[in-house]
Write a protein that binds this ligand. Sequence first.
Ligand code: NAD
Ligand code: WQD
Length: 342
Amino acid sequence: MSKKVLVTGGTGYIGSHTIIDLWENGFEPISVDNGCNSDVSVLQQVEILTGKKTIHYNIDLCNKTESEKIFIDHADIQGIIHFAALKAVGESTEIPLVYYQNNLISLMNMLELASTYKVKAFIFSSSCTVYGEGQKSPINEEADLIPASSPYGSTKQFSEQIIKDFCPTTDMKAVLLRYFNPAGAHPSGLLGESPKNIALNLVPVITETAIGKRKVMTVFGNDYDTRDGTCIRDYIHVCDLAHAHTLSLEYILEQRQPDPVDVFNLGIGEGLTVLEIIKAFEKVSGQKLNYILGDRRPGDIKAIFADNTKAKEVLSWKPNYLVDEIMKTAWIWEQNRSQLPL
Ligand code: NAD
Ligand code: WQD
């Protein structure tokens, strides 16, 4: 049987780490990305790390005719891992239609092509953002989804629904993976997050501040009702996240998934505050971080972390990296990346 897997958003942060994990587990990943938030040069790093050349297509997945060329070239694709999306929460409130068009049309094109070309497995990048505000953590997959607070979050909720509606009408099965807060970099120091757009997430903001790309960083609010007043999140290492995609693919392709669509939380199952993350960074880097305590960021929720029991039991997944390794790999990557063509 062919081991071909199409990875959309393949040159992006999580996509590129997943391509490595797929090669390491006997799959043959094919990448597609339009380069709107990444550079194809990351595949050179992937080649150094795996010894494998990944076939890549530079295509906008909103263009169905162009996208079909991939399936014409490779009629035996077994699975699609669909990472491609725009992901900046704040930006999505300013240009919502761009988010709805990009994230939903690309998804529907992929689903239609997957069905036409008899793809067996579809893995979708969802997000803990689908749970919305005010739910109790640890949160499990059974929790009701409250209407999302941003167009980005809505695209993830709508995407999940589209997949749930479509898959039962086909022979394809799907897994929805709800990521909590992905962070860190490949332990080699050769691959990490290198977006074209400005990084807004906590961990890259910390490392960019420490290396001097930013003068100072702001902790958004220290008056929350938490153990130190700052928000609590569940930070998961990108390599642990990547491996969960390979396991999900195997779960479907080995015909262990009973239902047309299944859903899994991916987090380490523990919440850490912003100040605890900063302390972990200072410990592993030996550097004092220049930060100030500032106002709350609108839209932030106080605390959310995963109940990851289902992913552990059903997929036999387990996180191998904890916070110190997350911060250490992120810091090594920040120091290395200025010397790489990324
Ligand atoms: P990323 O921006 O690094 O990767 C996404 C890739 O998709 C980019 O390389 C971009 O160029 C590409 N892309 C976007 N629209 C495209 C289109 N129309 N056609 C082709 N390529 C397109 O982001 P990431 O952090 O790797 O996230 C991957 C997925 O995981 C996204 O769906 C994101 O919403 C989801 N997610 C990310 C996080 C996070 O914090 N990083 C958390 C939860 C969910
Ligand atoms: C983490 C914590 C901030 C930056 C977002 C999306 C979510 C998902 C993951 C895609 C918060 C604090 C941050 C800074 C800070 N993405 N912070 N100063 O908001 O939990 O989740 O990324 O699906 O949908 O909303 O992640 O990394 O932005 O913030 O104090 O300069 O760090 O307030 O408490 P968030 P984040």
